[in-house]
Structure formats: C-alpha cells, structure tokens
Design a protein around this ligand. Sequence first.
Ligand code: ATP
Length: 237
Amino acid sequence: MLEINGLCAGYGASDVLHNVSIAVERGSFHALIGANGAGKSTTMKALSGLLRPVRGSITFEGEDISRLPAARVVSRGLALVPEGRRVFGPMSVSENLQMGAFTALFPRRKGDLSERLEFVLATFPRLKERLQQIAGTLSGGEQQMLAIGRALMSGPRFLALDEPSMGLAPVIVEQVFAALKQLQRDGLTILVSEQNASITLAHADFGHVMESGVIALSGQASALRDDDRVREAYLGM
Ligand code: ATP
C-alpha cells in the first residue's frame, strides 16, 4: 500500500535520511523505532508531504506522492497524527474534529462527515462526553485521542502517528495502542514512529529499526522483540 524507496531527505545542507526503504502492506500495523534524533520524525514528515525528499520515491496506492503538498496527501487517504499532538488549543473538541475534515469538505459530502464523526466518537467515547470542552484543557491522553480523532475525520485509509506515547502515563499509552489495534481491525493501515519500542513492538506486526538516518533492521515485530541487539539497545534487557 505504501512504499518508501531509497528516500534521502534533510534540512538545508544537512542530510538526515539516507536511502530509507520501507514497504507497508494494506491492513498491517508497522512500527518505526529508534533513539532520539534517529530520523523517525523526518521520515514521517517526508511521507506526509511536510518535507520534500531530496531523492527517492514514496508510492501510496500505486501513485508517487513524494512531491505532493501535505493537504493533497491527506485527501489521497494518508493522514498524519503529528508529534506533540498539536491540537488547536483555544478551540473546542468538536471544532478540532471539524478541522480534521477540512480537506474532505470539497466536494462537500455531509453524510460522510457525520458517519466519520460517529466512528470517531465510538472509537473514543471520552471525546463524546467532552465535545464542547476547550481542547487546551484536555488531559494529555485526551488530547492524543483528539489528535487521532481529528486525523480520522479526513477519512484516511492509512494512519501515520509520530510518537503517540510522548508524555503520557503508561496506562494511557496502553489505551492509545489498544485504540490503534482496534482501528487496524476496522481496516486501517497503521505506521507508528516511537521511542517506546516495547509497547510499539508488542502491538505492531512488523518493525523497522532506524539508526542515524538508515534502516538498520526490519522484520516481524515478534522477531525483533527476540533480537539480542534490539533487546539490549531498545528494550533495556
Ligand atoms: P525524536 O524522537 O527525538 O523526535 P527522531 O528520530 O524523530 O527523534 P528527527 O526529529 O527526525 O529524529 O531528527 C533527525 C535529525 O534531524 C536530528 O539530528 C535533528 O537535529 C535534525 N532535525 C530535525 N528537525 C530539524 C529541522 N527543522 N532543522 C534542522 N535539523 C533538524
């Protein structure tokens, strides 16, 4: 469904990603793990159209999206939940969700949007109780649910999440990953970039280990969990 091939990207003169290749099959749950500064966020930005690659291709459902602007990538069906959640703090939960549907408004299909809203609120009942609450006053976990809900409002088939566990208590992280697993069962394809390798590999089908801008290791998540190198460097064993 998604193929990243020989991706090189960076900021100005500094190259961060070197020849990154990742293939994600439809319906699967992939993890991109790595330490601070390994290049995970840079990869997520490149695939969602926020950063233009220097070389390489990103093919989504057979089409090269590597040079499309972010809004066009979203309307093709690939949505990003950004690092740090980035909810619109002064706006209500309901308004944040409507913002997520912005690219879906043209052509306007009201029916689709109410169905999507229903789906989001069924996935995250906490948001249903708080539709009128100002987003900036939500707890960290609720804001993460809102950020995921906002992405879902664009009607994606592919969901990319950058560090969804950041700053959340372990019990909330569990809830977020359980929701992602449910979204996978609902038919979404998922790629999560995370420093928290342990929880991510416990939920993903497939994992990729990124070190200094290259993919050092790829394999079944269960095999990576048993790999001595991964256990030592990323699972603290
Ligand atoms: P973290 O988990 O800390 O977010 P990461 O694996 O996501 O780490 P990136 O954010 O992709 O790593 O950063 C990779 C490298 O790119 C780092 O050396 C970082 O300093 C650099 N970098 C990231 N954003 C920028 C930017 N906007 N301008 C210049 N350099 C950047």
